[in-house]
Ligand binder design. Structure first.
Ligand SMILES: Cc1cc2nc3c(=O)[nH]c(=O)nc-3n(C[C@H](O)[C@H](O)[C@H](O)COP(=O)(O)OP(=O)(O)OC[C@H]3O[C@@H](n4cnc5c(N)ncnc54)[C@H](O)[C@@H]3O)c2cc1C
Length: 909
């Protein structure tokens, strides 16, 4: 476009009114909107992208990182864990909300149709990823979460209460009389000025993800969703709210050269882990923390680097399962990336690196200060999700705090006074200034330069000198930011984001300068103040904009704990007002007024999307999505001659889920076209939690067991199992299916009905290695009523299997079912097997054997050349911990070369 957009007059603003304004339609924002509406409020949800696929959840949710599931974890243990991971600096009243309410939130999400992994008996399949606590609840189909939430928002009752405005981006929260009264922003497609009058405002704009520049140099190649540019941090700051822990950065492990997390949380339960180039585990930290990142960064930088996610030792079936999660749920480009390098998990471990820095409450602890109801220090202004300082809150915490904010904010009705004209003028100027100077420096260049300074001067390890240079650069860059040019509404959005990034960069540098100690490992490592200084700094560091406009700081003592934690003792006392933090004098050889060399921008040109001609039937269908069509309206499309139309009809059906959806999808499993059948299978899995086991659905699923397509047969078995609509006879019939995936689905289904006899029979006849492994694992998972003799006889057969993986899995199962003589003797002998998987399984079996046989054998296994065998031996010895011989063996293991072996031995003693 050559002619720049015209600047709309202030008086031309479109004014919207609501009880509750939610800014940001991601994880926390959608939940806040739903809850506020359920409490009777009229809600306005403003999203700068499109709610259907915006935010961190849009792709890549492979599990709940912090689920406190009754029977698997205790809320108080979780609170203690997070307190330790944050070196004691937490407001436990906020963390406890997530601990206590997280499980109800999982159930609520499930009622919406979000799928969490469950075992054959319908119990949540929580995994232990770190050495302490079992909090990871996998979501192998987590790519659908945003779609499910959007379906909730579009339900008729919610539509009456929630108005969604996509592509509208607030830039400032409006305040009057010391409280939040609305917001000012603009439409990122039309450029219109938008003003909102509200009873309360909930900020849910996510992390400040575009702070540091990724190693790739790409502006948007960030760990975080790149539309989260720190907008909420800046808006809260300018509204007068306190921010806290801003010096505690977010830094994460990443795949080298690829914009995506390495996903140890996904890989660990399958047996993957991080190693240095010698194949040694090196992480001593017990939970995700800045300390862990410090160990990671040190290893990468050492002669032992680089660091890898080790997967190549895993069996084919684990790798296939991992690929299906990492290359679809996590990121579809990931498989292409590895393939482009000629790498495969079977032959190459995945080189890892560390991410750029960001601000994030959800992964770290840098955010807006909130209380246990998501209230900020500005009345009627709330913050939830990654933006709020509730350490390690992740996805489930974002939902919990969105819910808390929505419930509390729903009590308010719209502000009736005059909206603050000076603030409106300031917001208008911030938005439209670049249009007055269309040929000014373009946003990519200014942003690149700004973020280079962040990398050079603010990223850890930090020093007073570098942070001072950073402040000087960020002050100087106020002028560059003010001079940026734009011509289109889209460019205006990018320019406003750069102003937020500059604000966040200044906050990050000043807060880092203010805390004159080192804490949180790499997140706040000060070279000039090494070591933790609890005497002066067992405090939160709060930051706010003073009435004069300066950035000022207060050190606030940590509140007394609700859950005591060894090694940390909040002493209370008064806050210390620190005032403004000024840069140090940095000695230089020449003038510091010389601008740094201008880096050339390396932003790649946008790739035009290939436009496929859209059939009119497809367009009709897509339009129907917004109208919540009944099944009868969609049925003709499900029977359309064109497979593309039928496929899209399945998608619309899944998105809107009218009554009768389950049977309709089950019938579609018999479609002539494989892609339509695959879509129906995926949809059935997506909706599984919301389907009721009515007879029609059951009959159609049973009919699908005879379909030629194994995809249809496998999904039918999984659904029948999940709906508890099948029995041992029905499931056992599929044990002779020609397809391995179907037989594995049959094994899982048989486990769900405790059909040990059928499994035991199959153990003797099953030809495929993968299925025999599943049977071995499944036998250990049958219910307490199972005859132990049947289990042991079947496992005794499997430990003589020709395949090492089957033998390993069978021994491991004996660790759960009990390992009496003579099996214990065979397990002890198997500790000399040539396959490490068998030795590791045998060590696990011995955890449930007579100590007289087990302990001497396990003590010898501590000298095994394979670290996983030694780790299994330590864990097994932990279960025999009473004897002195066990203590001696474990004490020796505390000096092991492998970090896991050392740590588990230390914990056991
Ligand atoms: C790569 C990655 C992987 C992750 N994996 C997991 C995992 O497996 N398990 C887990 O528990 N957690 C995971 N997390 C963390 C989890 O996703 C986040 O903690 C959570 O989704 C944060 O929710 P939020 O609402 O704060 O932010 P988001 O969901 O990102 O929502 C923020 C929204 O605000 C919008 N927005 C921003 N600025 C404005 C503005 N000015 N105006 C209007 N709208 C605006 C954005 O477009 C976005 O839609 C992961 C995070 C990332 C980045």
């Amino acid at each position: 476009m050559d002619t720049p957009l015209e600047i709309p007059a202030l008086t031309d603003a479109e004014e919207l009114t609501c009880d509750v304004l939610v800014i940001g339609g991601g994880t926390a924002g959608t939940m806040a909107a739903l809850t506020a509406a359920e409490h009777g409020a009229d809600v306005l949800l403003l999203e700068k992208a499109h709610v259907r696929h915006s935010g961190a959840l849009a792709m890549g949710m492979d599990g709940v990182n912090n689920a406190v599931i009754p029977g698997r974890a205790e809320p108080d243990d979780y609170v203690a864990e997070i307190t330790r991971a944050n070196d004691g600096i937490v407001d436990q009243s906020t963390v406890r909300q997530t601990a206590v309410r997280g499980f109800d939130m999982v159930r609520r999400l499930e009622s919406y149709g979000v799928k969490f992994e469950k075992d054959e008996h319908g119990a949540y399949a929580v995994r232990q990823v770190h050495r302490s606590g079992s909090y990871v609840l996998p979501m192998p189909e987590g790519k659908d979460v945003k779609k499910v939430l959007y379906r909730q928002l579009r339900r008729r009752e919610m539509r009456e209460r929630i108005r969604i405005e996509n592509r509208v981006m607030p830039v400032r929260v409006l305040t009057a009389g010391g409280r939040a009264v609305g917001a000012a922003g603009f439409h990122t497609r039309t450029g219109a000025f938008v003003v909102v009058r509200a009873g309360a405002v909930i900020l849910a704009t996510g992390a400040a993800g575009r702070l540091g520049l990724p190693a790739s140099g790409y502006l948007y190649g960030t760990y975080e969703n790149p539309t989260n540019a720190g907008d909420g941090y800046a808006m809260a700051y300018h509204a007068g709210a306190e921010l806290t822990g801003i010096e505690c950065f977010q830094i994460n492990p990443l795949i080298k050269d690829y914009n995506g997390p390495a996903c140890a949380y996904v890989a660990n339960p399958f047996g993957g882990y991080q190693v240095n180039r010698h194949g040694e585990r090196f992480v001593d930290s017990d939970y995700w923390s800045g300390q862990m990142m410090a160990e990671f960064a040190a290893e990468v930088a050492s002669d032992r680097g680089p660091v890898y996610l080790k997967l190549s030792h895993l069996p084919e079936e684990s790798l296939t399962a991992l690929e299906s999660i990492l290359h679809s749920t996590e990121r579809p480009t990931r498989g292409t990336f590895h393939a482009g390098r000629g790498h495969d998990y079977r032959t190459h471990d995945v080189e890892m690196h560390i991410s750029e820095i960001g601000l994030c409450g959800g992964h770290s602890a840098s955010g807006v200060r909130v209380d246990a109801h998501a209230r900020t220090t500005v009345p009627r202004l709330y913050a939830a999700g990654d933006l709020a300082c509730v350490p390690h809150n992740y996805m489930i915490g974002a939902f919990v705090f969105g819910d808390l904010a929505g419930a509390d904010a729903a009590q308010y009705t719209p502000y009736e006074g005059e909206l603050p004209s000076a603030q409106l003028r300031e917001a208008h100027e911030l938005i439209y200034r670049p249009l007055r100077n269309p040929d000014g420096p373009p946003q990519p260049q200014v942003e690149y330069k700004l973020r280079r300074f962040v990398n050079d001067y603010v990223a850890p390890p930090k020093s007073g000198a570098r942070l001072s240079l950073a402040l000087e650069a960020f002050e100087r860059m106020r002028a560059d930011v003010a001079a940026m040019g734009a011509r289109t509404p889209h460019e205006l959005m990018r320019c406003a984001e750069v102003s937020f990034i500059r604000d966040c960069a200044e906050m990050a540098a000043r807060a880092s300068l203010a805390r004159t100690e080192s804490r949180w490992g790499l997140y706040h490592e000060r070279l000039d103040h090494p070591g933790r200084d609890d005497a002066s700094w067992f405090h939160h560091l709060d930051l706010r904009k003073s009435p004069s406009g300066a950035m000022e700081f207060t050190a606030r003592p940590v509140a007394p704990y609700l859950v005591p934690v060894d090694g940390f003792a909040p002493t209370g006392g008064p806050s210390r007002h620190l005032g403004e933090v000024h840069p140090e004098d940095v000695a230089t050889a020449g003038s510091r007024e010389v601008a740094p060399l201008l880096e050339s921008a390396t932003v790649p040109p946008p790739v035009a999307e290939a436009e496929a001609p859209a059939s009119p039937r497809l367009l009709e269908l897509l339009a129907l999505t917004e109208e919540e069509p009944e099944l009868a309206v969609l049925t003709p499309y499900l029977n359309d001659p064109e497979p593309a139309v039928r496929r899209t009809a399945v998608a619309v059906l899944t998105e809107t889920a009218p009554p009768g959806t389950g049977p309709a999808l089950a019938a579609t499993l018999a479609d002539d076209d494989a892609s339509v059948r695959a879509a129906a299978a995926a949809s059935l899995r997506e909706l599984a939690e919301t389907l009721t086991p009515d007879p029609v659905l059951r009959d159609r699923l049973v009919a699908a067991l005879s379909e030629a397509d194994p995809v249809a047969r496998a999904v039918a078995l999984d659904l029948l199992r999940g709906l508890r609509a099948g029995d041992a006879d029905l499931f056992a019939a599929s044990l002779t299916d020609a397809d391995i995936a179907v037989r594995i689905a049959a094994v899982r289904a048989l486990v769900s009905v405790d059909a040990a006899e059928e499994l035991a029979r199959a153990a003797r006849t099953e030809p495929s290695r993968e299925v025999r492994v599943a049977i071995a694992k499944g036998l250990a998972g049958t219910g307490p009523g199972t005859d132990p003799e049947v289990l042991r006889a079947a496992l005794a057969h499997l430990i003589a299997d020709p395949d090492a993986l089957v033998r390993g899995a069978a021994y491991e199962a004996l660790g759960a079912t009990g390992c009496p003589a003579p099996l214990a003797g065979r397990a002890a002998a198997a500790l000399t097997d040539s396959a490490w998987q068998v030795r590791a399984g045998a060590a696990t079996a011995l955890s449930a054997a007579d100590p007289a046989v087990a302990v001497p054998a396990l003590a010898r296994a501590l000298a095994d050349p394979n670290a996983d065998v030694r780790k299994a031996a330590v864990l097994a010895l932990t279960r025999h911990r009473a004897g002195e011989d066990v203590r001696e063996a474990l004490t020796r293991a505390t000096a092991d070369s492998d970090a896991d072996v050392r740590a588990y031995a230390t914990r056991a003693l």
